[in-house]
Design a protein around this ligand. Structure first.
Ligand code: GLU
Length: 294
């Protein structure tokens, strides 16, 4: 008789700053759940932003995790070592005309939106509050796109959200566990359209957060994605990409966020809630657990 597959969890930090209590919460919860469900815990370093991620931050986060008492399976997957794998899937999306080169700079986007909003209309924003990308580049001819690319103009590959949605038959959804015991799950309707034409890759980096996350979750056989609530709505985009590329669907649990004393989300520049600073101040891993409610 086949034994049921072991659940596979992952902790996937970006080494672009120090780990804080929010990361500790995610990492400890993944580790606890993997232990409780006799699963595996993988560590993935999400370092596609090669200008902001550094080996020093990576070394520091490995130290912080070990100090917390977290163990993971080797080898660690480092995304910057796998650009070739992301490029293959990007090429599929290009060939299927699901992405297009988008040339507007941040300044041009801002100016375009400001101009539309002078008439009193409000430009649509995504769930994180960022303005959606204006659709103007979609009307460029194939020849004009190629001319701009050949001339060295900066661009990003953006998902053609309308074309992508037209390609998926059924309404999209995901399974979200109701609480951190992962006992019951509910179906959440996914609304990728709320994000507009998201960036899938850059000219110089053949991937983006969304693309590399879904590729890696599939390649690593992740069955349970446990991460902070700040990525709850982004799951809609990831479910769309998984569906377009025929990748398996993990189940999700988005845990509550650990907020700073001012009630705001912790950021990597908030020194006091950094794990290294807490450790230097004599805080123990057990106290960290209590501080994050575990
Ligand atoms: N790398 C992301 C972060 O540092 C997490 C990605 C994920 O868990 O899906 O916030």
């Amino acid at each position: 008789m086949n034994s049921p597959a072991r659940p596979v969890f992952r902790f996937a930090p970006s080494p672009n700053g120090e780990l804080h209590l929010g990361h500790a919460c995610s990492a400890l919860l993944n580790s606890d759940l993997a232990a409780a469900l006799r699963g595996r815990l993988l560590l993935r370093i999400e370092d596609i932003d090669i200008t902001r991620c550094t080996p020093a931050f990576e070394a520091a986060l490995l130290r912080d995790l070990a100090w917390l008492g977290i163990g993971w399976e080797e080898p660690v997957r480092r995304q910057s070592e796998h650009f070739g794998e992301y490029r293959v899937l990007l090429q599929r999306l290009i060939d299927e005309e699901l992405v297009y080169p988008a040339f507007m700079s941040r300044g041009e986007i801002r100016a375009h939106i400001a101009q539309v909003e002078t008439s009193g209309a409000r430009w649509p924003r995504d769930p994180d509050g960022a303005p959606l990308y204006p659709a103007s580049d979609k009307t460029l001819s194939r020849a004009e796109r190629q001319r701009r690319i050949d001339s060295g103009m900066p661009f990003a590959w953006r998902l053609d959200m309308d074309a992508a949605l037209a390609r998926v038959a059924a309404p999209l959804s995901w399974q979200e566990f109701s609480d951190m015991t992962l006992a019951g799950a509910e179906t959440v309707a996914a609304r990728p359209q709320d994000w507009g034409d998201v960036v899938i890759a850059r000219r110089e980096i053949p991937t983006s957060y969304h693309l590399s996350v879904i590729v890696d979750d599939a390649l690593q056989g992740i069955s349970h994605v446990v991460r902070g609530r700040d990525l709850y709505f982004a799951t809609a985009v990831q479910r769309l990409l998984q569906t377009l590329l025929g990748l398996p669907e993990p189940r999700y649990f988005h845990h509550r966020l650990i907020l700073g004393p001012d009630g705001r989300k912790l950021s990597k520049s908030l020194g006091d809630s950094g794990l290294a600073a807490l450790r230097a101040n004599g805080v123990t891993p057990e106290e960290i657990r209590r501080m994050v409610g575990l």
